[in-house]
Design a protein around this ligand. Structure first.
Ligand code: ZN
Ligand code: ZN
Length: 373
């Protein structure tokens, strides 16, 4: 199916519907609503499902676009420690409110919405300390099932991390709310100065989203180190000042020569691999900061040279997930349009082609793929 058909999909109605009855159709023609399930690692199934009626405080969202994510690819390959399979799949999405539960005052049927897939409780030990990213509820009640025709947004997410999408913002760009919130959180910790040289390790979608955010913040020099000709090419096209191929023998020397030979002030690790973490620690300048952004496989470790850590006065930071204030800031960045974040979405497929999407991701043939019902 061509991307032409994807962009010319008919506009849906927002009429209320009986359970199991489709209020409109896209890709699925006249069939029942569908939901993708990760049955076991490497096996996806598109199943029929009955969209639930939203209870008090909840919203049933008709999905217009979901985005592929590196987290999804990791789970597709090896399962996920937090999910019991089979499980609905996909957590970056935007759509239209198809049915609004009792007591939701701020949104109504037909509203175009964007939401993060999690929200904190607001009342626990961590929430009290402004570390809502560590709230147990955020992970335990994560909304999954973005690769579907409909998704239920539960009351805690409606109340804290759901926003009205501006009409001018494309649905696929609105679906970047979650990954951008992660990036905003990382950058809040990193506190890059405009005068600094920043090295990003990893040229995947998160590395390039970090790069775009630093560019938009006016940081002087943003360098991306990674592998793969197409990814490095995209990094350059999207605005990296310099791109370093880590498979080349002179890569370490190229990084060391940055910043007048002092090395980068800030290194943001975006590979989620032990090698990437070790590389980030090794390459930062004396007195610099390292942000370990990509989560590694459970049970892995890096070694930290205590002499280097102490006498080189390093600061190591490890942001996880995001807080409501990061989601709000990500929302405002997307609405402002100055980031050009939509440029990292470089493929579009139908929901019925989800298996192809993961084949593309496996080959690193796309950065982010829009999945359109
Ligand atoms: Zn994601
Ligand atoms: Zn909490």
């Amino acid at each position: 199916m061509s991307d032409e058909r994807v962009t010319s999909a008919a506009l849906p109605s927002s009429a209320p519907h009986a359970a199991g009855a489709a209020p409109h159709s896209h890709d699925r023609a006249s069939g029942p609503p569908r939901q993708a399930m990760l049955v076991e690692p490497g096996r996806l199934e598109l199943r029929e499902f009955i969209p639930p009626h939203p209870g008090p405080g909840a919203i049933l969202l008709e999905i217009r676009c979901a985005l592929s994510c590196g987290t999804d690819l990791k789970a597709y390959r090896r399962g996920h420690p937090m999910w019991k399979l089979p499980a609905p799949f996909g957590h970056e999405f935007a759509g239209v409110a198809a049915e609004v539960g009792a007591g939701v005052a701020q949104f109504r049927e037909g509203d175009e919405l964007m939401a993060a897939p999690t929200a904190p409780c607001g009342a626990c030990f961590y929430c009290d300390r402004g570390q809502e990213n560590l709230c147990a509820q955020a992970m335990e009640l994560m909304v999954m099932g973005g690769y579907a025709d409909y998704i239920l947004i539960p009351p805690h997410v409606v109340a804290r991390n759901t926003f009205r999408k501006p009409a001018a913002l494309p649905f696929e760009e609105a679906a970047l709310l979650e990954p951008l919130a992660c990036v905003v959180h990382a950058q809040a910790l990193a506190r890059a100065e405009k005068s600094e040289t920043v090295l990003i390790v990893g040229a995947g979608p998160f590395g390039l989203l970090q790069m775009l955010a630093l560019r938009a913040a006016g940081v002087r020099e943003v360098v991306v180190a990674g592998r793969g000709a197409s990814r490095l090419g995209w990094a350059g096209e999207l605005g990296a000042d310099r791109v370093i191929d880590v498979t080349q023998t002179d890569a370490a020397g190229a990084v060391a020569s940055l910043n007048g030979g002092h090395g980068p002030d800030l290194v943001i690790e975006c590979t989620g691999q032990v090698d990437g973490w070790q590389e980030a620690f090794a390459r930062v300048r004396r007195g610099g900061r390292v942000v370990f952004f990509g989560g590694c496989a459970v049970g892995t470790a890096i070694s930290v040279d205590t002499r280097r850590m102490h006498y080189d006065n390093l600061t190591l930071l490890a942001p996880f997930h995001f807080r409501p204030r990061d989601v709000r800031e990500a929302y405002e960045l997307l609405c402002g349009g100055g980031l050009g974040a939509g440029r990292i979405i470089n493929a579009r497929r139908r929901l019925s082609e989800l298996a192809d999407v993961f084949a593309l991701l496996e080959r690193s043939a796309v950065l982010k793929c829009a999945v359109i019902p």
